[in-house]
Design a protein around this ligand. Structure first.
Ligand code: FAD
Length: 398
């Protein structure tokens, strides 16, 4: 690439959100450069990270429209028929059913797809489009401004100019910081452990979330008699579990889940994530926009991080498309503030719900128990944890 290479849009971060946006923009005829600090092979053949992404039907349609879903082997997707949520510990926790508003003809409310499968399909789609240039193994060291462009300075000294820069570099986004956009970042003091477990009884294609007083647990139904367990734990408890051999780990986790699916046996690696959540107070700056986790990094218990990321992709590409069709500047303040207004309206209630979860569980004192029951009851009625939230997420975007 020559110095001062120029693209219509430069995206920092070739994660699922950044790649989906690249593919949607290229389909409009725009030239797009995507920069990621990860090496090429890690992006082309992502390893298993333990994450099973619960996709709503709206998200699946968006991936299909971008030509990404067609690259996913449908055998790697597992249907979800219903989502159930339990509050409290013991054998009789209180349950709420969070069925989706939209069911497919097969009566499912969504599908679980491994994160690495989505990432690989999105990478292949980007690679197949000659309007997209992928720059891998490179971070961004500085962000500069000229009257008609934003300029990314890459770590190897190259410069890349674009009419619009999009930060899709995850919840700890360095690009967001370089642009001077403030964000509320919170280390929850918890760790998330995820792994696959085989079990004795069928899961009936139900997702289960338990908000216990000491820990939060989820079970995500995969193909066959296998589920993904997602456990939010104190660091000490997470470390204790990670130090166990497979059989002791399996027995302990079966106990956490009250043997609801009989005995469970670990069948994969355990993946561990420190649990940070984040919320950008501004989503745009001069010729720059935040999408995906760089805009909002939700608690995984909401199971909607990527769905919300795809909603940000949809909203931004809609504003860019309208400006492009009318021959207007795609990085103008009008385009960016329309995006910010629409996405901010959608994500603020999600952030408040995510924060309620963070602050209320792990606290076993009676007032917190009462508040949590009220918060989860409200969430089940109106919004963010509800599976029917696809209409909510995109109500002003279609
Ligand atoms: C345990 C767990 C379970 C989850 N389950 C679900 C679920 O069921 N449903 C759901 O919808 N969501 C879920 N999520 C959330 C979902 O995984 C994220 O919302 C999604 O991955 C965010 O995508 P992204 O592209 O915005 O960011 P990321 O996936 O974080 O990608 C960011 C990219 O930017 C690159 N990058 C970072 N910094 C730089 C830099 N300085 N320069 C260049 N490149 C950089 C990285 O290499 C990476 O490729 C879960 C998350 C976790 C942790």
């Amino acid at each position: 690439m020559p110095e001062d290479a120029m693209a219509d849009v430069a995206i920092v971060g070739a994660g699922p959100a950044g790649l989906c946006l690249a593919v949607e923009l290229a389909a409009m005829g725009l030239t797009v450069s995507v920069v990621d600090r990860a090496p090429y092979t890690a992006l082309a053949e992502p390893g298993d990270d333990g994450r099973e992404i619960a996709l709503t039907h709206t998200s699946r349609r968006q991936l299909a429209w971008a030509g990404i879903w067609q690259r996913i082997d449908e055998r790697s997707a597992a249907p979800i028929r219903e989502a159930r949520l339990y509050n409290g510990d013991g054998d009789t926790p209180q349950a709420m059913t969070l069925a989706g508003a939209e069911r497919s003809p097969s009566q499912t409310i969504g599908q679980l797809v491994p994160n690495r499968v989505i990432r690989r399909a999105a990478f292949e789609a980007a690679l197949a489009d000659s309007r997209i240039t992928l720059i891998t193994g490179q971070g961004v060291s500085a962000l500069e401004t000229s009257p008609s462009a934003r300029i990314l300075r890459l770590e190897d000294g190259r410069r890349l100019a674009a009419r619009l820069v999009v930060a899709a570099d995850g919840r700890m986004s360095a690009t967001r910081r370089m642009a001077g956009l403030p964000a509320h970042l919170e280390d929850t003091g918890r760790k998330v452990l995820v792994c696959r477990m085989a079990h004795e009884r069928p899961h009936s294609e139900l997702t289960w979330s338990w908000f216990g007083y000491e820990r939060a647990l989820a079970l995500l139904p995969l193909n066959g008699q296998t589920s993904s367990v997602v456990m939010t734990l104190t660091p000490a408890e997470a470390e204790r579990l990670e130090s166990l051999d497979v059989d002791s780990f399996s027995a302990t986790v079966s106990g956490f889940y009250h043997h609801c699916l009989g005995d469970m046996q670990r069948v994969g690696e355990v993946h561990s994530y420190p649990l940070w959540v984040g919320y950008a107070q501004r989503l745009v700056a001069e010729r720059l926009a935040l999408i995906g986790d760089a805009a909002i990094g939700l608690h995984p218990a909401t199971a909607h991080g990527f769905n919300v990321g795809l909603a940000s992709v949809h909203r931004l590409s809609r504003e860019i498309s309208m400006a492009h069709r009318r021959g207007r500047d795609i990085g103008s303040p009008a385009v960016l503030s329309a995006y910010e207004r629409a996405h901010r309206r959608a994500i603020r209630p999600l952030w408040l719900a995510s924060q309620a979860i963070v602050s209320l569980y792990g606290d076993a004192r009676p007032p917190a128990r009462v508040l949590r029951q009220a918060a989860l009851g409200l969430a089940s009625q109106v919004g963010p944890l509800r599976w029917g939230l696809e209409h909510y997420l995109l109500r002003d975007a279609r």
